[in-house]
Write a protein that binds this ligand. Structure first.
Ligand code: ZN
Length: 55
């Protein structure tokens, strides 16, 4: 599944089981949980998503 890379704004790949996100345009390589926190940190508009992401 294609997602936006928060670092370089290119297309990153989210694995089918939502376990990790990788971007081939930069060195982004993190778990989905880390990715959600990362985009929330980069862009306050995504903080609503983070509030729904609680384990
Ligand atoms: Zn990237």
């Amino acid at each position: 599944m294609k997602v936006h890379c928060p670092d370089c704004k290119n297309i990153a790949e989210l694995s089918d089981d939502f376990s990790f996100v990788r971007c081939t345009s930069c060195s982004l390589n993190m778990t989905y949980g880390e990715y959600v926190k990362h985009i929330a940190y980069k862009d306050p508009r995504y903080r609503d998503i983070l509030s729904d992401y609680k384990h």
